[in-house]
Write a protein that binds this ligand. Sequence first.
Ligand code: BMA
Length: 337
Amino acid sequence: MSDVIGDLKSVDFITRNPNNPILTDKDVPYEAKLIFNAGVTKYNGKYVMVFRNDFFEEEDTKSRHYTNLGLAYSDDGVKWNVEDKPCWRINTDEIRRVYDPRLTVMDGKCYMCFAVDTNHGVRGGIATTEDFDKFDILSMSAPDNRNMVLFPEKVNGDYFRLERPFPVYSRGQDRFDIWSSSSPDLKYWGNTKFVMGVEHVPFANDKIGPAAPPIKTDKGWLTTFHAVDIDQNRGKNGWEAAWKKRYTAGIMLLDLNEPWKVIGMCNDPLIAPEAPYEADGGFRNDVIFPGGMILEDSGEVKIYYGAADTVEALVTADVADLLNACKPVDWATENIC
Ligand code: BMA
């Protein structure tokens, strides 16, 4: 892994939606500041978005910080109507916040993976909902794990998820990778396998993790991931005092029957921060974080992503171009069972 990654550009076959950013705090009829990292799916004939809303006690972003999840609906996946109140917030003495929702529809039900900051570590949860008002939690992981995404159907009789544990103690620094687990019932998870390491991604030098839930194609499971590089020279970058990281989006292809096996990957970032709402004036500049991916019947793929931890944006691409960009990899994941 090289120390400094340098300039990165998006591939030339994605198109940023002309309405970008497609959702900001101005669209939200309650207290809101940073609208980002949404999960998006199609459910009961509509596009549904559950977005993360971070807001602050005072104007100053160093003041007390709150997070809730907001809900929006759309007929076309581009213009969104936000419901008049947040749909979910857990705030107890132990649980500080729930964030980064990811939506998957399976057998007519909507499932939502989410991250939870607790006093005893970060956990990944899975809930189910029919109306986005009542959420039943099915499982919560041990710390430290998050960025879970569900595959939209069972594979060989089991549910599958991608996930990103973050083993700080054993690896000594950020060096986090993508893993998968399976479950007979969405509650008990095991059969954990290594999928891809940060060293396999030429545009990462810090950590990687899942992004939007995978979509099924006849060539394999097509899925985005997030890739992080650090450059100590970045200094102040965004509203934070110092933000040295950059988040880009990658794309890879997983084997249909053994979804922990990477069969293709694009060696360049799919989306790198370039537009002003991605690279300038945000809370944390240079952050692209996909959370929703929808394959339309026309072959168009909509990829929704949080930009600069401040707004929600959309790019589109043709599924054939995305598949074509995933070249066979010259490494193999190694699992002992
Ligand atoms: C990660 C998470 C994401 C966020 C990203 C960039 O650690 O907190 O929610 O988008 O950092 O700040």
